[in-house]
Ligand binder design. Structure first.
Ligand code: FES
Length: 145
């Protein structure tokens, strides 16, 4: 429907979220460029700092995901229905923002440029091209419980 309307040069109410230019500043607006980059910078810095009392893996029920603290390392944690815990780096492989759990879609979404990863960290949508990595050296890796 979107493509047909685009070819006929008609507006469609669902088009804006699918517009590949949706993250670009509007033409001629330096303010838009500054605002967007401040937003990315805010996520790069603010999300890394996080809350003073982050959740732990024990807080995750089956089917839930979230950013958790594992031995002082922020991790993207997902608990499978059988209780198995999947831990990945919470750092987006595009430019390093922290991903966030999207409970509606059960995906890891990056707030900076829109990359999306599945529950196990594989890329669903770019601009990232590499999956979420293992936890940093010295981290606990990917335990099975
Ligand atoms: S940092 Fe660009 S999509 Fe995540």
């Amino acid at each position: 429907m979107l493509i047909a309307d685009a070819l006929d040069d008609r507006d469609h109410e669902w088009a804006p979220p699918f517009d590949p230019r949706r993250h670009l500043p509007r033409p001629g607006t330096v303010a838009g460029l500054v605002r967007d980059n401040l937003s990315v910078a805010g996520h790069l810095i603010g999300d890394k700092v996080g809350s003073l009392d982050p959740p732990t893996v024990d807080d995750l029920a089956a089917g839930d995901g979230g950013i958790v603290d594992v031995d002082g390392v922020k991790a993207a944690a997902f608990r499978q229905d059988d209780g198995t815990l999947v831990l990945r780096s919470a750092t987006c492989t595009h430019l390093g923002c922290q991903v966030a759990w999207n409970g509606e879609a059960s995906t890891w979404d990056c707030p900076c440029h829109g990359s999306r990863f599945d529950r196990e960290g594989s890329v669903l949508a770019g601009p990232a091209t590499r999956p979420l990595g293992p936890l940093a050296d010295g981290g606990p890796g990917v335990p099975g419980s």
